[in-house]
Design a binder for this molecule. Structure first.
Ligand SMILES: [Zn+2]
Length: 298
């Protein structure tokens, strides 16, 4: 009897050990949400995106699974689960960026971004330095700090869902030229000038490229906080990005009370970079209204 118990407990130990090892997995379902590693035999992204995708099979590591589950938990805790149900599924893929395949309602996540170590603040610094290489020399002196700190993966997931909302609810077109639609007119007209081929009204990217020094950067960020209609450095890339980022910061503010600060030489020089100003208020009111309709249909 004792020998049998010993064998049984040994078996149990081996099982626990093996399950803890975390063999890579092709897919998993967590809280009813489907996550799959890319498989060329199974997934066919729309032509628009296909050319960017490396056609190799992706297995999900233990760390990646943990990161994805954490983001599901973060959304669940705020009763935002319905957002995760917007996409049909999430596919983790080897690609230079994450994207929402709108016609298929599938979110593809760049596997390199699937971690919990890179924060939204880190992403800000990264995008800033990519947009303005001249600031690289000063990069050790400043950073962006989130309160609370949140993983950039959460932002990416909300951003891509924002694209599905924008496509599904506001009838933004998703290829080539922008075509106005009564459903998105009110939002689009806040930042974009119809009379100038839908350029942004702020000359945002020019301002960003023209920053020459730390003082210039602080000046830019002050302007950004109080006067810009955009919520992030990538918002001005187009109407779709504008909506997706406004959607992100609406959710982050409303549900996580998230604030992003600029820290220079260890001191917060500017807090709350997504502060409310008249333009941003209009965008948030628009999104709040949209979300209210959404939850009524639940
Ligand atoms: Zn986007």
């Amino acid at each position: 009897m004792r020998a049998l118990l010993r064998i049984l407990s040994l078996c149990l130990c081996v099982m626990v050990f093996l399950s803890g090892c975390g063999w890579e997995q092709d897919s998993f379902v967590y809280q009813g949400i489907i996550f799959e590693g890319f498989d060329p035999a199974k997934h066919q992204p729309s032509d628009e995106f296909l050319k960017h995708v490396t056609p190799t099979k992706v297995s999900l590591s233990r760390g990646q699974i943990k990161a994805l589950k954490k983001c599901v938990d973060l959304l669940n805790e705020q009763n935002l689960r319905y957002l995760l149900e917007y996409p049909d599924r999430f596919v983790i893929v080897e690609a230079p960026f994450s994207f929402a395949d709108k016609p298929q309602m599938i979110v593809y996540l760049d596997q390199e971004k699937v971690n919990l170590t890179f924060s939204i603040g880190d992403d800000w610094e990264n995008k800033l330095l990519n947009a303005n290489l001249g600031l690289m020399d000063h990069s050790g002196q400043f950073y962006f700090k989130g309160t609370p700190e949140l993983p950039n993966l959460l932002r990416i997931i909300i951003h891509e869902i924002g694209h599905l909302v924008e496509y599904d609810r506001l009838k933004f077109n998703w290829q080539g030229k922008f075509i106005p639609h009564p459903l998105n007119k009110e939002f689009v007209s806040i930042s974009w000038d119809r009379n100038r081929y839908w350029q942004d009204k702020e000359g945002f990217s020019e301002k960003l490229h023209n920053i020459q020094s730390i003082n210039g950067l602080i000046h830019f960020l002050q302007w950004f906080k109080w006067e810009s209609s955009f919520f992030s450095l990538s918002s001005s890339m187009g109407m779709n990005e504008d909506f997706a980022e406004a959607f992100v910061y609406y959710i982050l503010k409303e549900y996580y009370d998230y604030e992003l600060s600029f820290v220079y030489k260890g001191r917060v020089v500017l807090d709350n970079l997504q502060a409310s100003n008249p333009y941003r208020r209009k965008k948030w009111a628009f999104i709040a209204n949209l979300m209210e309709k959404e939850s009524m249909e639940e």
